[in-house]
Design a protein around this ligand. Sequence first.
Ligand SMILES: [Zn+2]
Length: 242
Amino acid sequence: MIGRALGGAVRNLAATARSAVTDVVTGAAYLGDLVTDRVADRDPGDAVLRVAVLILSDQDGPLTSEAAVLPSLTKADAILRQQAGIGVRTVSVRTVREPAPVTALDPRANQKLLLDDMMGRTDLYRRYLPAGSGVGAPVTVVVVRDIAGRTTGCSLGMTADWVICQRSLFDADNPNAYDDTVLAHEIGHALNLPHHSDPQNLMFPTSSPPGAVRGTELRRWQALVLNANRHTIPAIRSSARP
Ligand SMILES: [Zn+2]
C-alpha cells in the first residue's frame, strides 16, 4: 500500500518536473495570446486570468451543463474585475462523457485531497487539463459529484492548477445548495489567498445558501496577491503616464 502511494507520488513529481521544463515555451505562448486578447477585447486596463471548466460524468450522464456553470463564471469575472482589476477569460468548457471513477467523482477535501492527489486518484483531472503550467497557466474548475463532508469546493492552493466544485452549487433549482460565490472563492485559493474572517469577504470560509451566503469583497492586499502570481497575466499599462 505504502509502495503504491509512493509510486504515485513519484509519478506526479516526475510530471511536475516535466512541465517545469516546458514552462518557458508555454509562458511565451500565453503572452502571445494576451496580446491578441487585448486587441479583440479593447480592454487594456485589466489583467487576465484564464479559467477552464471540466465537467465530469457518472453513469447517468454529465454532472451539470455549460449553461448551468456560466453564472458562476460571470460572477467570478465581475468580482475579480471590480475588486482586483482582473478579467476572467473562460478558455474552455469541456464535458468528459466517459463515466469517471468514484474516486474522481466523489473526492475528499483539504489534506485528504492532497493525499489522494499524491496517490494518483485525481489523475483523471490531469488528463484533461489545458496544456502549460507556467506563466498565465489557466486554473481549471473540475465539477465533481459530491465532496465528502459539508465541503462544496476545494483547492490545493498554488500546488495545483485545478480546483474542485460540487455540482449542486450550479443547480439553480435548488436554493439550499446553489451558490455562485464558491467558484470564485476556490479560484482565490488557487491564486494563493487564505481564508478571511469577515463574512462580507469572498474568502470567508463558510457559505450557507440561501440564508447566509458569503460576501464578494476583497481587501487591497488580497487584490495584490491575486495580481502577483503565475496564473494572472499582468495588464498592459500605458507608458504615456508619468
Ligand atoms: Zn476556502
